[in-house]
Design a protein. Structure first.
Length: 258
């Protein structure tokens, strides 16, 4: 984990344009604010390109996708590519319906994504690899490392496969992360917020590899720290404590975890 990436993101307070799902908007906004970024949530087609051009990074999340939102996502992503800012895709629930898969196909055809993040089932579905899913959750087993590599190679991007062990594949190299806590799986939007923080880290001048490793490991450290606080008795008390932990500096988190 590179503490300078966190410091640089907080110093610049990057504006992240979210075209994200309605279930997680508030949680994502609060989490990114705690981390040190600035969220904007705008999905109107009429302003999507302008908002993306004004932003420092764009996150596209299809969790509650409608057909009316897809053109806005494409316009925002294309504008981000033209400006040269990071654009991240979270293909939430892509394995659930053909509508979602068709939408992701359009997105990846039109936009060059800096990174794509999802659970193993979602990511496997992007590259036609068999994997059991249930709604937006991955419940099957397989080689998540190979899935990460295949997504990155097929879609010419960096891939982050989340799970008990996270796998990051970028620039021909594979990395793993085991920081985190099971309580992340008991709150809505944990993965969605990770996508936002990944995007914020990618806005810094550091390389993609270090940005993704730092975002994923920092997020896991914050979750582990929060879960081990005395006042946390379950998902309800974990959530606000986790938001607090996202505002902490790297050294403090690492010291309290050691």
């Amino acid at each position: 984990m590179n503490a300078d990436i966190i410091k640089d993101a907080r110093r610049t307070k990057p504006l992240i344009h979210h075209l994200t799902n309605q279930v997680v908007m508030n949680f994502t906004a609060n989490g990114l604010l705690a981390f040190g970024g600035a969220p904007v949530m705008a999905k109107a087609e009429e302003e999507a390109a302008d908002m993306a051009t004004a932003a420092n990074g764009v996150l596209i999340n299809i969790g509650t996708l409608t057909s009316a939102e897809l053109p806005a996502m494409i316009k925002a992503g294309v504008a981000a590519n033209q400006k040269g800012i990071p654009v991240v895709l979270d293909p939430v629930g892509v394995a659930a319906t053909s509508f979602r898969m068709d939408a992701v196909k359009q997105l990846t055809d039109e936009i060059q994504f800096t990174a794509i993040k999802g659970n193993a089932g979602e990511m496997a579905h992007l590259v036609q690899t068999p994997w059991e899913t249930k709604g937006v959750d991955s419940i099957g087993k397989g080689d998540a490392k190979e899935v990460a590599k295949k997504v990155a190679d097929t879609l010419q991007t960096s891939a982050v496969v989340t799970g008990e062990t996270d796998y990051i594949y970028t620039n021909g190299k594979l990395f793993s992360n085991q920081s985190g806590d099971p309580l992340l799986g008991s709150i809505t939007g944990a993965g969605c917020l990770l996508g936002s923080i990944m995007t914020a880290c990618l806005t810094t001048d550091h390389n993609t590899e270090d940005c993704l490793k730092t975002a994923v490991s920092f997020y896991g450290f914050a979750a582990s720290y929060a879960a081990n606080q005395q006042q946390v008795q379950g998902p309800g008390s974990f959530l606000p404590t986790f938001i607090d932990a996202l505002s902490m500096d790297v050294q403090t988190l690492e010291e309290r975890e050691s």
